[in-house]
Design a protein around this ligand. Structure first.
Ligand code: FES
Ligand code: FES
Length: 127
């Protein structure tokens, strides 16, 4: 299947690959899987005292679209508040990467991963 240039760019030069210490109080970790294909995405955010996301990391075991979606959202969340990060929609990811319909679930995985990371951070802080 043909990938768009934007998917290929993120696939070949993924941004923010790696991991933070999940026990770090500043870190929120989201781990999600796609039942449709078995792919797994781990996405982490590092949040400052002011509640703004300073940095993000991801590790994705999956297809090119899933890797590109997670790479893209790690860039998008930086500088956002937690609530702004929750507003990131998979449709925006799919549009930016020009994902075909069969690859929409890959962008949903990225949206879910962000939500899970924010939820984890909030739970750590009793919110
Ligand atoms: Fe899982 Fe895409 S089907 S890699
Ligand atoms: Fe399953 Fe992309 S996440 S094919």
């Amino acid at each position: 299947m043909a990938y768009s240039n934007k998917v290929l760019d993120h696939y070949e030069h993924p941004r923010n690959v790696g991991a933070f210490d999940k026990d770090d109080g500043q870190v929120g970790t989201g781990m999600v899987g796609a039942p449709a294909c078995g792919d797994v995405m781990k996405l982490q955010i590092k949040v400052g005292e002011d509640g703004v996301i300073q940095d993000a990391r991801f590790k994705t075991y999956g297809c090119g679209s899933a890797i590109a979606s997670s790479s893209l959202v790690t860039e998008w969340v930086k500088g956002k508040t937690l609530d702004e990060a929750l507003d990131i929609k998979n449709t925006a990811i799919a549009e930016e990467l020009e994902l075909p319909p069969v690859k929409i679930h890959c962008s949903i995985l990225a949206e879910d991963a962000i939500k899970a990371a924010v939820t984890d951070y909030k739970q750590k802080h009793g919110k």
